[in-house]
Design a protein around this ligand. Structure first.
Ligand code: PMV
Length: 314
């Protein structure tokens, strides 16, 4: 049996604003986050298919339920090639912390689809990538807006509205974004389900919050276009207050948001599904970003990243 290895990669993503409202047809702004990556390595190896990743190491046939999205598409893709699901090993290496609102599940799907198509030497289109990652995301999240897959496949900032053609939103902003990981697993599916319940039981309040979040995304878009980082920061903080009202924040996220603000951030909010996962904060200078990042680490954040949003970039 000849040796063969293929590698597929995909980057993480950060939602700047509009999470949850995006599920209901309102806009969201999100950016690719190449600071974090997934790498799927497929090797030819005689015998049953094995999977080696953060959550599990063993036979593909015995994977835990949380990996059902990934294993479903692996099986369906190999089946669609009329190949036998055997004689390969699949290893997933990740610098995207899992279940933290950074798009790890969509990125794992995209990286794995890329590696599988390469291994079986089939041409891969963007439509294939969207199709498979959306199948996986539906199993993982229940009712995904599709924003994660759109950013991770397109690798460009987007003004995203569910079901509409993607609108690339390249920008150059004189600010830095600090991303901080609470270290707690986010609960996207539970948070999305609880927002749905709130809207069902209290449509007036629920729909009003969602609508206001949509308006804040458009305000943020305008602020970014005119490089008004002060108003962008204020908009981010307002969005966090509304997300907290929707009950998708938690104590740790609220605490880290307040630490960022108390230490000079222009604004701060949770990012992604919430109830754990990551928060983001906006800073004017690199010095301030480092300062806020250190304060967040000191206050319990498990990891931080600083993302230059366009300062001195060509
Ligand atoms: O937690 P993440 O990174 O999967 O982001 C979820 C974003 C939501 O708006 C809450 C859900 C969605 O499908 O858009």
């Amino acid at each position: 049996m000849e040796n063969k290895t293929t590698i597929g990669t995909a980057i993480g993503k950060i939602i700047l604003i509009g999470e949850h409202a995006v599920v209901y047809g309102h806009p969201a702004l999100a950016i690719p986050f190449p600071e974090t990556k997934i790498k799927t390595i497929i090797n030819r190896k005689k015998g049953h298919v094995t999977l080696d990743c953060y959550f599990y190491k063993g036979l593909l046939s015995n994977v835990p339920e949380r990996l059902l999205g990934l294993t479903t598409i692996i099986k369906e893709i190999v089946n669609s090639f009329s190949e036998k699901l055997e004689d390969i090993s699949i290893k997933i290496e990740s610098s995207i912390p899992p279940e933290r609102g950074m798009g790890s599940s969509a990125a794992v799907a995209v990286a794995t689809v890329r590696a599988l198509y390469d291994f079986y030497e089939r041409p891969l289109t963007r439509e294939d990538l969207f199709k498979w990652s959306n199948i996986s995301e539906k199993i993982v999240h229940g009712n995904p807006s599709g924003i994660d897959a759109a950013i991770i496949i397109g690798e460009t900032p987007l003004y995203y509205i569910k079901g509409k053609p993607f609108i690339p939103f390249p920008f150059k902003l004189d600010a830095y974004l600090i991303v901080a990981d609470t270290g707690e697993l986010g609960q996207t599916q539970a948070a999305v389900a609880s927002v749905k319940k709130l809207i069902e039981f209290n449509p007036k309040e629920g729909e009003n919050i969602i609508k206001q979040l949509g308006i804040l995304t458009d305000n943020a878009k305008t602020s970014i276009k005119i490089n008004d980082i002060v108003s962008l920061g204020k908009t981010m903080s307002k969005a966090h207050t509304l997300l907290d009202k929707l009950d998708v924040s938690n104590e740790t996220l609220n605490y880290l948001v307040s630490v960022a603000i108390d230490n000079g951030a222009l604004g701060a909010k949770l990012t992604g599904g919430g109830r754990g996962g990551c928060m983001i904060a906006l800073a004017e200078t690199q010095y301030q970003a480092n300062f806020i990042s250190n304060k967040l680490l000191y206050s319990g954040a498990k990891n931080t990243w600083i993302y230059n949003m366009g300062v001195d970039l060509a």
